[in-house]
Design a binder for this molecule. Structure first.
Ligand code: M6R
Length: 368
């Protein structure tokens, strides 16, 4: 049942190219346009939206943070992202033209379900992004876009996360398509590029062996930091969450721009710091993070750099360099997250932990 793998988590990591492909299947038309009528929200309803709020927990929340960049860029609609557990304990401003998007693999997470109910009581439209067919959250939402990751057994979410990203990109691009946007050509090109992502994820998996070696060599460490910028910031949070959950290590993700506002004080000799480098297509972001790598390395950090193929600027400052295929910045989380999943899984295994059943955690958190 584990398909020849030692753990479900390894099987699910390996299944990601297929999960991404399945989630795209039938949603990109032969004319290159998206069709998502299955969401049960009409084009008129989508045109009336003036604000989007995303609610989710854990890894699904990280997918939401990435969604914000994609939605605001492609649709020019304001988008907020909130932990579901915080959302209903404040007084969120919701109207009939607010679209609330609830992201949940299981569709049973109590915090997210309560946020959905709260939003519907205030008359907002609620769209679910869920993986489990017929689960509670999609039943209570106005519309749903299913991810087609297949059953995810391991407690740590991997393939569900990648398919949640695909779902939010699809929704952002579909909204742009329906509403019209100044990025018309880019939207069209992105839809085509999304179709190539299963191969890119496969490419990462084929070249990930050095990440395993690296992880084993770090099994005795006490702490790992993760730095990212723009969409690389939620990727850093996700890398840290995986390591906490599985290896029971202190792991923190930071926005690279925040370094000087505090976290740089943590840097000491040999501290492993993973840095997610944005695509060179955004030179402003890219060059800033290269400076950050220099700054932390000058203070003794052991730098583990995730950068796209062909990015030579990072080479002199990377103690370990992990390559990912070059893709547009907004889509980069689909490739940059995979080495971090492998890293956490291997490091935890090297420490002797069962990655499918981490201590104190349940696959689906059905209490608040
Ligand atoms: O089923 P959900 O997507 O609603 O679950 C949300 C979180 O509980 C979940 O992502 C959790 O953080 C995972 N263990 C992360 O690996």
């Amino acid at each position: 049942e584990k398909g020849g793998h030692d753990y479900f988590m390894l099987k699910e990591i390996a299944e990601q190219p297929r999960a991404v492909a399945e989630t795209l299947l039938g949603r990109i038309g032969t004319d290159g346009r998206l069709s998502l009528d299955e969401m049960r929200l009409t084009d008129d309803e989508l045109r009336d939206i003036d604000k989007i709020i995303i609610v989710a927990c854990g890894t699904a929340y990280h997918a939401g943070l990435i969604a914000k960049y994609a939605i605001e860029h492609w649709t020019q609609l304001p988008c907020e992202v909130e932990l579901a557990s915080e959302f209903r304990y404040r007084d969120p401003i919701l109207t009939r033209s607010t679209l609330v998007i609830a992201i949940s693999q299981s569709g049973e997470t109590m915090d997210t379900l309560m946020a959905v109910r709260h939003a519907r009581e205030q008359r907002a439209s609620v769209l679910g992004i869920c993986n489990v067919n017929g689960s509670t959250i999609p039943r209570e939402c106005d519309g749903v876009l299913y991810t087609h990751a297949g059953p995810e057994i391991a407690v740590a979410s991997t393939k569900a996360f990648l398919t949640q990203l695909v779902a939010v990109y699809l929704i952002a691009l579909y909204l742009a398509q329906v509403r019209g946007t100044k990025w018309g050509d880019e939207v069209f090109a992105m839809i085509q590029l999304l179709g190539t992502m299963p191969q890119k994820v496969e490419q990462v998996l084929e070249t990930v062996e050095p990440v395993r070696e690296l992880a084993r060599s770090l099994a005795g460490e006490r702490c790992v930091l993760f730095l990212g910028r723009h969409v690389g910031f939620p990727v850093a949070l996700e890398g840290a969450l995986k390591l906490k959950e599985l290896a029971y290590m202190h792991a923190e993700g930071f926005a690279a721009g925040e370094l000087k506002h505090g976290p740089i004080a943590l840097i000491e000799q040999n501290l492993p710091v993973v840095v997610i480098v944005p695509s060179r297509a955004r030179p402003i972001l890219h060059d800033k993070i290269v400076s950050n790598i220099q700054e932390i390395r000058a203070r003794g950090a052991r730098t583990i750099v995730i950068a796209e193929d062909g990015d030579d600027a990072v080479v002199p400052y990377a103690d370990t360099l992990i390559r990912v295929p070059a893709v547009p910045t907004l889509l980069q989380p689909l490739v940059a997250t995979v080495p971090l999943q492998v890293f956490a899984c291997e490091l935890a295994t090297a420490r002797g932990h069962d990655v499918d059943q981490p201590r104190n955690l349940a696959k689906s958190v059905t209490v608040e």
